[in-house]
Each structure stands twice: as structure tokens, then as C-alpha cells.
Design a protein around this ligand. Structure first.
Ligand code: CDP
Length: 211
């Protein structure tokens, strides 16, 4: 049987970096499920289609190719905003969750990160991490990230954006963002990436010895 590591958390909590590091260390396949929602949204935007038509969005979701997801292409702010809008639609979620579950069964193991991995996509995963940080810290990280890439950014606008996205992700009826009952909480507000990585390793190594 394959070994699944489920990582959930809000925007800019650091789960992307953490997931990639974990996948590399253990030699597991990694899927950033946010990219599947982003790819669906981008396909709609590129085709000039409305973001509020569930049937059209579902059709786009069924055509997403998990092998062709590129964060650079999908990273635009408008794509993220559109993704969180179509992520409230049950038919879209059903289609993408199916593809994500298929991916999660790959051998020898997988790391999936998103909002509902431990609660909905892989509820039987032997390791579940919920990575979070205060909205201020997350907005600060996103802000610094943009500046580091040579862009310009307004902290207040990003902070408002983080809070709005949290509300939408946590408040939706279908698969709201929340920790699974059996998830390990990692609050990275005052933790470096290295410290979070070390804490995650300890949890995973313990679970692997029980396998
Ligand atoms: O990186 P960032 O936090 O901006 O977003 P993302 O992880 O790329 O996800 C974009 C949007 O997709 C989120 O705001 C969620 O609404 C949605 N999403 C979801 O509903 N379920 C997932 N498993 C992953 C993402």
C-alpha cells in the first residue's frame, strides 16, 4: 500500500515549500491541489467564459491534466481569485477530488497539499498536517515574496486579500478549510521553514515506523 501525507492550511502558510521538501526527502510524488483549481480557473479565463456557470466549470475541471500543472503559469493573482470562486462549486470539486484521489495512490508514497486533503480527499491518510500562521504573518510573507521577485506590493491590500480568501475558504458549505480531527497542527507564525520541516519529519518518521 502507498503512504499518503496530507497537508492542509490557508493561503501563504508555508505549506507549498514544506510539501516539496517532504516529497523530495522521502522520494514521494507531490501534488499541489491548489494548482488543479487554478488550472480550471485559468482555462475559463483564457476562453473568456463566465466564472459562475457550474456546468461549464465542471467540464473544464474534467479536462485538467495533472501532468501539465505549472505554478509559474498559474501563479497570477487573478487566477488565484478566480480559483477560490470556482472552488465553491460542488461539481467542480467532485471532478478534481476524483483526479486527486487517483494521484494519491501512486507508489511508493504521495504528498498532497491543499485545503481539504485530510478531511475529504484522503481521510485515511496516516499523516495529516495542518500548517497555519496568523493572517499578519502570512500577508507579510506574501508581500516580501513579491518584493524579492522585484515587484511592488502594498501590505494593507495583501492583508485584506488574505483575510478575504480565508473567509471564502473557511466559510464555504462544501469542504470548508479546517483541520481534520486527527491532524497535527503546525503554527509557523514564529517558526522558520527549517523548524517546521524538522517538526514534520519527526511526525512522519514516527508514522512510518508504525506502518
Ligand atoms: O497558494 P494560494 O494559497 O494562493 O492558493 P492555492 O493553494 O493555489 O489555491 C487556490 C484556491 O483553490 C484556494 O483559495 C482555494 O479556494 C482553492 N482550493 C481548494 O478549494 N481546495 C484545495 N484542495 C486546494 C485549493
Amino acid at each position: 500500500m502507498t503512504f499518503i501525507i496530507a497537508i492542509d492550511g490557508p493561503a501563504a502558510a508555508g505549506k507549498g515549500t514544506l510539501s516539496r521538501q517532504i516529497a523530495e526527502l522521502y522520494g514521494f510524488h507531490h501534488l499541489d491541489t491548489g494548482l488543479t483549481y487554478r488550472a480550471t480557473a485559468k482555462a475559463l479565463l483564457d476562453a473568456g467564459l463566465a466564472l459562475n456557470d457550474e456546468a461549464v466549470a465542471e467540464r473544464m475541471a474534467r479536462e485538467v491534466d495533472l501532468g501539465g500543472l505549472d505554478r509559474d503559469v498559474l501563479s497570477r493573482h487573478e487566477v488565484g481569485e478566480a480559483a477560490s470562486k470556482i472552488a465553491v462549486m460542488t461539481p467542480v470539486r467532485r471532478a478534481l477530488v476524483q483526479a486527486q484521489r487517483d494521484f494519491s495512490r501512486r507508489e511508493p508514497g504521495t504528498v498532497l497539499d491543499g485545503r481539504d486533503i485530510g478531511t475529504v480527499v484522503c481521510p485515511d491518510a496516516p499523516v495529516k498536517l495542518y500548517v497555519t500562521a496568523s493572517p499578519e504573518v502570512r500577508a507579510r510573507r506574501r508581500h516580501d515574496e513579491i518584493l524579492a521577485k522585484g515587484g511592488s506590493a502594498d501590505f494593507e491590500a495583501i492583508f485584506e486579500d488574505v483575510k478575504r480568501r480565508d473567509e471564502r475558504d473557511m466559510g464555504r458549505a462544501d469542504s470548508p478549510l479546517k483541520p481534520a480531527d486527527d491532524a497535527h497542527l503546525l503554527d509557523t507564525s514564529e517558526m522558520s521553514i527549517e523548524a517546521a520541516f524538522q517538526a514534520a519529519r519527526d511526525i512522519i518518521d514516527t508514522a512510518l515506523t508504525r506502518k
